[in-house]
Design a protein around this ligand. Sequence first.
Ligand SMILES: [Zn+2]
Length: 95
Amino acid sequence: MGFFDLFRRPGAARDAVAIEIDLAAGLLDECPICRGISDGQRDDRLPAAELMVHQRFDRNDPSVAVFAGDRDDLLRRLRAVRDRFDYRCACQDAG
Ligand SMILES: [Zn+2]
């Protein structure tokens, strides 16, 4: 499944926010070469991702407006979206 296919699914806009936060927190890794996203199994980064969620809701950040105040939904999606990124790209195998 390609990256842009993700945004055609139901709830895609919400998932996109969860993916962005996972990337920012280091839960997911974006390959600098092919832009492929992989799950680095960095469960130790989950608290950092959850903190970002709370901070964004607390300051009414526009990036979480799509959740209409439902921060629990975003917290769930932080974990749920990771299931899609179980592969590692060929660039990382080479390096
Ligand atoms: Zn790559």
